[in-house]
Ligand binder design. Structure first.
Ligand code: NAP
Length: 260
């Protein structure tokens, strides 16, 4: 039997490493991508031993053009790959105006440029095979203008919009495309910017095992959008309906009466 093979970016910690563990437990072979080669190799070895799956490691800094090109080429040319978990991402310290613009640009390169490149390639190759799965990790901050770093929130709004449009373009091609919108989740993303997850309200922080289990359950159920803590997805559908209500009026040949 040919195994599913998932390429996971940002697989050395947090959500990506947890996808690796849970997909390996389901019998998937894996390709793990992140910068920390030693950490990826240790995870790969433990997953081979625990689950008898094939796991390979590709160390790459996805903000470096040549590294991204190498991972992109693997995605394009390794015909065994059935799933892309487009997860690698970062945030920066502080709010937009006071944050380092260099770090902000690195974040844009990782969260937007690298994710877009890999989404594009996966969409092309999976469409040509009429099979495949793409999971793009956005954030609930895609929906939030009230707090956090505005540029980070905007990268996640980009991921959400791109993924929704990919779903439209790939309809009828047997390619599953899921946007995952985690809320606060216990990973290393906070300590990487000098914060502690323990300083956040405990009732708002999900354990990473629960988050990924819910994400995979949502994928199994064919969800296009997965927001793991939202009990009533009718709220999301109302949000989409409200967005749809303005669409007939957003491009007309005359300005609105208030401008005349
Ligand atoms: P994390 O524990 O910090 O994991 C981030 C992963 O990305 C690590 O494996 C890291 O590995 C990798 N990475 C960072 N920079 C990279 C680069 N330049 N090139 C390649 N890999 C890189 O954080 P996480 O929370 O699991 O984040 C995963 C995704 O979830 C991100 O897209 C994040 O925005 C999103 N998210 C997180 C939360 C949350 O509350 N945790 C909420 C919503 C969305 P190396 O350091 O080894 O490269």
């Amino acid at each position: 039997m040919s195994h599913q093979l998932a390429l996971i970016t940002g697989a050395s910690s947090g959500i990506g490493a947890t996808y690796a563990k849970q997909l390996a437990a389901r019998g998937n072979d894996l390709i793990l991508v992140a910068r920390d080669a030693a950490r990826l190799s240790a995870l790969a070895q433990s997953l081979r031993e625990a689950h008898g799956v094939e796991v390979s490691v590709l160390a790459a800094d996805l903000t470096r053009h040549e590294d991204l090109a190498r991972i992109d080429s693997e995605l394009r040319n390794n015909t065994r790959i059935t799933t892309l978990i487009n997860n690698a991402g970062m945030t920066v310290e502080g709010e937009f105006i006071d944050a380092s613009i260099d770090q902000t640009q690195t974040m844009l390169t990782l969260n937007v440029v690298a994710l877009t490149q890999l989404s594009h390639t996966a969409a092309q190759v999976f469409r040509s095979r009429n099979a495949g799965t793409i999971v793009n990790v956005a954030s609930v901050l895609a929906l939030v203008n009230e707090q956090a770093n505005g540029a980070y929130n905007a990268t996640k709004a980009f991921v959400l919009s791109l993924t929704r449009n990919m779903q439209r373009e790939l309809a009828g091609h047997n390619v599953r495309v899921q946007a995952l919108l985690p809320g606060l989740t216990r990973t290393e993303i906070f300590q990487r910017t000098g914060r502690s997850v323990n300083d956040l309200p405990a009732e708002m922080v999900m354990e990473v095992d629960d988050l990924v289990a819910a994400a995979l359950r949502g994928l199994d159920d064919g969800e296009a959008i997965t927001i793991p803590s939202v009990e009533d997805m009718g709220l999301w559908h109302s949000f989409e309906q409200a967005r749809g209500a303005i669409l007939p009026f957003i491009s007309l040949n005359k300005p609105a009466m208030r401008y005349r």
